[in-house]
Design a protein around this ligand. Structure first.
Ligand SMILES: *Cc1c(COP(=O)(O)O)cnc(C)c1O
Length: 414
């Protein structure tokens, strides 16, 4: 058997499509990858995982890559689940963790999705890929494409963080800055598809990035000993992370791997919180309005570039996951994002990205309102390395007036 994938499924209407060839969208909407989970359950047990290397590929039977194919990998290791006692105390929580995805290759969780998408594109003999990006997806795509020996075209808004521009260029991607937003970049990729024969790696426009992101959910379940936390806060742009994790949890239920919550006869599932900034809040707006789809958000602007996504092709999938989980979607004050970055870096030593800083703002709101209770187990995802956001973390430094010989009086007062 090549893999445990049974078929692909149109997310909008359940249409079944074959998985043995390259696929993109169905009715302009994303596809789910479906597995023969009964067969997975016979082939793999939780105990077998213990002896496997701590990487995202340890869940091989739950992934689309043919078992005989070597993944295109840069060593996607399991990311740490860090306790945050000081932030927890500040917000009146007993237990809070940050799952630190900045440890992944290229410094963001995007590498999970793009390692998978590029591996599958490589399997289907794609030679040339293109994508629009808010930043980190471009950096990851460029790196994995280089490793796979593929040509890569990246289109990003001209005000994308400079590190993202450099990392794409450095990895040999043909990198273009666009006067516009990620949606304008997406239009260029769509228009160029026919002319330049490139494969569109846009968020959710091929089925496999979700499967890569799904490993965040599988890993979290394993780290929590199959008893999932109560609340997950996640910064939402295109939504692959949130959608992928929720998919992981459904598959684990079907496999029967999750343990029952204390005093209940069913597995406990986390309430999924989709977090955006007031500068770009299409999902939280649609959630508040009770809509199935989101309206494009006008004049999107935020320093949290990864969540500057005014329109998402998987909007209904994000909203479904949030609602099914009895979660919520909210936006937080754009003007305070730097403050929350500093709070976490200075109190816990974790250099969170501005996208995750928005989740700290959401934590403040939701603990104050009582939506999150003190005894609940809460996980915030740090989706990328704060160090990549040079523009966002730039600040006035005090003049470091160190001279020789050292003026000890001045030092002790400083
Ligand atoms: C892309 C990105 C996001 C948004 O992720 P989605 O899964 O597309 O919603 C959040 N944070 C960072 C750092 C990102 O690069």
């Amino acid at each position: 058997m090549a893999s445990f994938v049974s078929h692909l499924e149109g997310a909008i209407d359940g249409t079944i499509l074959p998985a043995d060839r390259i696929q993109t969208l169905h009715k302009d909407r994303p596809l789910w990858v479906r597995y023969d989970l009964a067969a997975v359950g016979r082939a793999l047990t939780k105990e077998m995982l213990r002896d496997r290397p701590p990487t995202m590929w340890r869940y091989r039977e739950l992934l689309p890559v043919p078992l005989e194919k070597e993944p295109i990998s840069l060593g996607e290791g399991q990311t740490p689940l860090l306790t945050c006692p000081k932030i927890a105390r500040r917000f009146g929580l007993d237990q809070l963790w940050i799952k630190d995805e900045s440890h992944l290759p290229t410094g963001s969780f995007k590498s999970r999705g793009l390692a998978m998408a590029i591996t599958m594109a490589h399997h289907f003999c794609v030679r040339r890929v293109a994508l629009p990006t808010a930043g980190n997806a471009g950096g990851a795509a460029a790196a994995y494409a280089a490793r796979a020996g593929m040509e890569c075209y990246v289109f990003m808004p001209e005000d994308t963080p400079v590190v993202n521009i450099y990392e794409c260029h450095l990895a040999g991607a043909k990198t273009f800055l666009v006067n516009g937003l990620i949606t304008d970049c997406g239009r260029i990729v769509r228009e160029g598809k026919q002319r330049l024969d490139w494969f569109d790696l846009s968020t959710l426009k091929e089925p496999y990035r979700i499967e890569g992101k799904k490993t965040m959910g599988l890993e979290l379940a394993e780290q929590f000993d199959w008893d999932l936390p109560d609340v997950i806060l996640y910064p939402t742009g295109g939504g692959t992370g949130l959608i992928g994790m929720w998919k992981a949890f459904q598959e684990l239920i079907t496999l029967g791997w999750l343990v029952n919550g204390k005093g209940t006869s069913a597995p406990r599932l986390p309430r999924m919180v989709s977090v955006q900034s007031t500068g770009c809040a299409p999902i939280s707006t649609a959630f508040a309005a009770g809509s199935k789809f989101a309206e494009p958000f006008a004049n999107a602007s935020t320093i949290a570039s990864g969540i500057r996504v005014p329109a998402a092709v998987g909007d209904f999938m994000i909203l479904d996951a949030v609602r099914q989980s009895q979660g919520t979607a909210l936006s937080v004050d754009e003007a305070r994002i730097r403050e929350w970055m500093r709070l976490v870096a200075s109190s816990e030593g974790i250099a969170i990205c501005p996208e995750t800083a928005a989740c700290i703002g959401a934590l403040e709101q939701l603990t104050q309102s009582g939506w999150i209770r003190p005894d609940e187990r809460v996980v915030v995802f740090n989706t990328g390395a704060g160090q990549k956001y040079v523009e966002a973390i730039a600040c006035e430094l005090p003049r470091l007036n160190i001279t020789q010989p050292i003026d000890w009086d001045w030092l002790s007062e400083a």
